[in-house]
Design a protein around this ligand. Structure first.
Ligand code: ADP
Ligand code: MG
Length: 642
């Protein structure tokens, strides 16, 4: 049992000060943290009226000796640090020595404690800051703190309290954070005589299941990494379990729940392209590092911390998740329906917030010359060894049956940097080129690929491809899958600085609105990265001299208009990295086969072939699933065969 001491003013002045008792939830947080610091194995929390009437926390921790009780409730008295240097090696949740004093000042508080070796417990009651004499009482080992009539003497604060339900929501969330951080401790929560949670000690995942639902827990992906003393462990949720805000991002540092913008950003980056715009990943991640590597004395409630080397933590989080995702099957199960029901294949994901970092990432990928050396360096999305495989993307899908001949005759410059002759050949028999590539990939003789007549999937409603798998049945969204493949291929090429551009023999003038023309010329470099070369031609006219070969079957004017629209949609001065990612999405969406497009058997096979080449072929760039699986077991069950 540690000794409680009054902190000298020199230390007090160095402590991040501020009011920490705002509402019942803050009381619960402070009391439970004290119980955890006391080494409790079981913590029972009982509240009445959302905590405004009563909050009782009972623990089986080390307790406080009777002669130290008054000190425990005094201001700036703590057993957790002694001097200012200790502020840099805080290993406990508390250290400010203020919580009990602050609570006692605004409530009727009773603190009853019995250390292990003591025969009885001792109680100290404080009403609005005034202490009653100590009294011996019966009771088990450990500590019981009761807080009644919170803010009874501070009507202003009482006015700020919300409904019982709202306060209970905050309180439950506070306890959830603590319980998730400490699954080895038994927690219970009772409200109005009703048991809300009974969380026996167990594995982290059991705790997540109990607090956040079994379905979420079942789809968790285990994360683990150790980078020279910084350990990252825990779970992240499958992208199908995203949320409309970041509230389900549970990040813990040395057992303390924290909010950290930079780490939230890293998380968003890791899920880039896996989630719909405006959706946030769910995570339960624990960081462990030496206390000296982080300053927890920056925020009164210690919600924010300062890392000694934030960049390193950022990059560890990002690279660990990315590496994990590359080796994880993120496919959506049919039992977990895809997000929303609206099928809008033209969503352009135009929220800039959802598209950050690609540019940084691109710069990093292109070599140290463009980086400033400080940006964290992490595992690239695409394994460099796979470059050669990805080259096969350079062979486009053949033009679709039913397209206007003029459009299909445009689909010529399929292979970049090639002489026109080869393009001509492709134009005369567009499928030939693909078939030979397919044959090459599949190791088939050329004509075997061409004469292949029964596709590996059945197209239904000109939208979905249905195929048999080892597991059961898979339904693929043809547009979403193709969009994903194109998006990745395109991004890969943008990052490698090698987007195929089709040069026009005669530059094409395109008339735009004044603002559009200005935006096009202003963003020339960004457009050039995408294979679109433009120059001002006077007035509102812009000359297009080259455009992305991927969009070979669309008129250049239309491509330019869409790109400019996208540029303008980004707001006043969108960051170039945002623009680039938006444009990649847009191009992929435009270039992909559409809902309603009838596919030839070769095209179906081609699509399925290329699927294996995409790093994440389970989600379209907007984050919608590209395929659903119906397992045989599910079918058997539906047909009442089991
Ligand atoms: N549940 C508890 N079990 C044992 N000791 C406690 C408990 N709650 C508080 N204490 C003691 O009272 C002291 C003051 O608590 P508090 O005001 O919360 O400050 P801090 O936690 O910052 O030290 C603690 O340092 C600790 O020694
Ligand atoms: Mg405390």
């Amino acid at each position: 049992m540690p000794t409680i001491r009054q902190l000298p003013p020199s230390v007090v002045n160095k402590i991040a000060a501020g009011e920490v008792i705002e509402r019942p939830a803050s009381v619960v947080k402070e009391l439970v943290e004290n119980s955890l610091d006391a080494g409790a194995r079981r913590i029972d929390v009982t509240v009445e009226q959302g905590g405004t009437e009563l909050i009782r926390v009972v623990d089986d921790g080390c307790g406080v000796a009777p002669e130290q009780l008054e000190l425990a409730l005094a201001s700036h008295a703590t057993s957790k640090i002694v001097d200012a240097d200790d502020l840099f090696r805080v290993a406990t949740l508390g250290f400010r020595g203020e919580a009990l004093a602050s609570i006692a000042a605004v409530s009727r508080l009773s603190f009853r404690s019995r250390p292990l070796e003591a025969p009885i417990a001792t109680e100290l009651e404080v009403v609005g800051g005034t202490a009653e004499p100590l009294r011996p009482v019966g009771g088990p080992c450990g500590t019981t703190v009761e807080v009644r009539n919170l803010f009874f003497n501070t009507p202003v604060r009482q006015k700020f309290l919300r409904t019982t339900q709202t306060e209970m929501g905050h309180l439950t969330e506070a306890l959830t954070r603590l319980a998730l951080a400490h699954p080895q401790v038994h927690f219970t929560l009772q409200h109005g005589g009703r048991l809300i949670h009974d969380l026996p000690p167990g594995e982290a995942r059991q705790r997540i299941a109990a607090l956040c639902g079994q379905e979420l827990a079942d789809g968790l992906i285990r994360i683990e990494s150790d980078d020279d003393g910084i350990q990252l462990t825990g779970d992240v949720a499958n992208p199908t379990h995203s949320r409309p805000n970041n509230r389900m991002q549970y990040l813990f540092l040395n057992g303390r729940f924290i909010r950290d913008r930079s780490l939230q950003h890293a998380l968003g980056e890791a899920y880039r392209g896996l989630l719909l715009t405006g959706r946030f990943p769910v995570c339960f991640l624990h960081l462990q590092m030496p206390a000296a590597a982080v300053d927890v004395n920056v925020h009164p409630t210690k919600l924010e911390v300062r890392f000694q080397d934030g960049g390193r933590v950022y990059s560890q989080l990002l690279s660990t998740l990315r590496t994990k995702f590359l080796s994880t099957d993120l496919i959506a199960r049919a039992s977990a329906p895809p997000l929303g029901s609206a099928i809008d294949d033209e969503i352009m994901a135009s929220t800039p917030a959802a598209s950050q970092g690609l540019w940084d990432w691109a710069k990093r990928q292109l070599g140290p010359a463009t980086g400033d050396g400080r940006v964290p360096d992490f595992v690239p999305f695409v394994d460099r060894d796979q470059r050669d495989v990805l080259r096969l993307h350079r062979v486009d899908l053949p033009p679709l049956v039913g397209r206007a001949p003029a459009a299909s005759s445009r689909a010529v410059n399929i292979i970049p940097n090639d002489a026109g002759g080869e393009g001509e050949a492709a134009a005369s028999d567009p499928t030939a080129d693909y078939a030979s590539a397919a044959a090459h990939r599949l190791d088939l003789p050329h004509d075997a690929a061409q004469s292949h007549r029964s596709p590996r999937a059945l197209q239904i409603h000109n939208r979905y491809l249905v195929t048999e798998t080892d597991e059961g049945l898979e339904v693929i969204d043809q547009h979403a899958l193709h969009e994903r493949i194109l998006y990745e291929a395109l991004r890969e090429r943008v990052l490698a600085g090698a987007v195929e551009s089709q040069r026009l023999l005669v530059p094409e003038p395109v008339d735009l609105a004044a603002s559009e023309a200005a935006a096009a010329v202003e963003n020339r470099e960004t457009l050039a990265q995408l294979g679109m070369e433009v120059e001002a031609f006077g007035g509102e006219t812009v000359l297009v001299s080259a455009y992305p070969a991927m969009l070979a079957n669309l008129p250049p004017a239309e491509v330019l208009r869409s790109l400019v629209e996208q540029l303008l949609a980004g707001g006043k001065a969108p960051e170039s990295r945002d623009i680039l990612d938006e444009l990649l999405h847009m191009i992929a969406c435009k270039a992909a086969v559409k809902y309603g497009d009838r596919l030839t058997p070769q095209e179906i096979d081609a699509l399925l072939e290329q699927r294996g080449l995409a790093q994440d072929h389970h989600h379209c760039p907007h984050g919608r699933p590209t395929a659903l699986i119906f397992t045989r077991e599910q079918l058997d069950r539906q047909f009442k065969r089991i």
